[in-house]
Write a protein that binds this ligand. Structure first.
Ligand SMILES: Nc1ncnc2c1ncn2[C@@H]1O[C@H](COP(=O)(O)OP(=O)(O)OP(=O)(O)O)[C@@H](O)[C@H]1O
Length: 307
């Protein structure tokens, strides 16, 4: 519940991973963050959106403990393992280092903590899932931007995180790759059970995989489930109404009672990609149900928009 007041944050809650209380931050006297409180639970996905300079990365740094806030406090669950995927990293171009070596440098997780994920992610599985095997022996400085994003995600997952923190994870990734990356994140989140906190500008792709959206512009303008936030006047002021063709709507699937409520085209994807559908002309957020011939079998099935 990201918009909760500090008073309502109960740190004793068994599945609470992280909580921030009345954070403020100034750089050289200039206020960058004002009175931010939030909490994030196991298995929850929170997406932080906001215009450039809104303070998103600063907030992440404070939550990760990389920056001390000017005021307020952050509580992290003891023994919390955080896998962090930064926006970008600098690697000395003269350093002889392959992708494999870079990944091997990832910190090995301590064996036991008081926090349990549903499953263990093996390194082999991560490499296979992210289609990394052909990259492993390449010099890390020679790989493309999109490949680098996959490497950084793999490195974050190597830590067996309880919380995955992603700062604009699809930067430099093509549209198809963006959708696949978010689908993958959603799949492993469900399988593994960790929480996700991410910064994204890709509203139309990211929102459907998000439980809570925090709209930041130095202060929290609005927050809540994607549908609610998308209709908030503050959101519309910052981002405009959703453009035709990129609108996102939630998909509530009932395999027993499978009906389309809007007559839009419906493309079925293989099971491993079945988080997205394309709909012909959605203009606003809405609700989507399936046809009787629909074979979808999970609640994670969700629509993508077709232009
Ligand atoms: N170390 C710093 N010293 C001084 N000012 C800083 C520092 N880091 C960030 N800022 C300023 O704080 C404000 C918020 O920056 P931040 O990087 O958190 O924004 P953001 O929302 O992540 O932006 P973007 O979407 O462009 O990545 C900006 O005005 C930025 O110039």
């Amino acid at each position: 519940m990201p918009s909760a007041s500090a008073d309502s944050i109960t740190q004793s809650a068994t599945n609470l991973l992280l909580a921030a209380h009345h954070l403020r931050h100034h750089f050289a006297g200039q206020t960058v963050l004002e009175d931010i409180s939030l909490e994030l639970h196991q298995g929850e996905v929170i997406t932080l959106i906001g215009p450039n300079g809104a303070g998103k990365s600063t907030l992440l740094k404070i939550l990760l403990g990389l920056l001390t806030p000017s005021e307020g406090s952050v509580w992290r669950r003891p023994e919390l393992r955080i896998g962090f995927m930064p926006q970008k990293i600098q690697i000395d171009p003269t350093l002889p280092m392959t992708v494999r070596r870079f990944l091997d440098l990832a910190r090995k997780p301590s064996q036991k903590t008081g926090i349990a994920n549903k499953t263990i992610l093996s390194r082999e599985q991560i490499l296979q899932d992210l289609n990394m095997n052909l990259l492993l022996d390449k010099p890390i400085q020679k790989i493309s931007g999109g490949e680098m994003q996959r490497v950084l995600l793999a490195r974050a997952l190597y830590t067996q995180p309880h919380l995955l923190v992603l700062d604009e994870p699809v930067q430099g990734v093509d549209i198809q790759g963006q959708s696949e990356l978010y689908q993958y994140l959603n799949q492993i989140r469900l399988r593994h059970g960790f929480g996700i906190l991410m910064v994204s500008h890709d509203l139309h792709i990211v929102m459907k995989h998000t439980d809570q959206v925090l709209c930041l512009n130095k202060h929290l303008c609005c927050s809540g489930p994607p549908l609610e936030v998308s209709q908030s006047p503050d959101f519309i002021t910052l981002f405009g109404a959703q453009e035709p063709g990129i609108a996102v709507y939630e998909h509530h699937h009932n395999p027993q009672q499978c009906e389309h409520s809007h007559g839009e085209s419906h493309i079925h994807l293989p099971a491993e990609q079945r988080f997205t559908h394309r709909a012909s002309k959605p203009k606003t957020f809405g609700t989507h149900a399936h046809d009787a011939d629909c074979n979808c079998d999970t609640d994670t099935d969700a629509p993508l928009n077709k232009s």
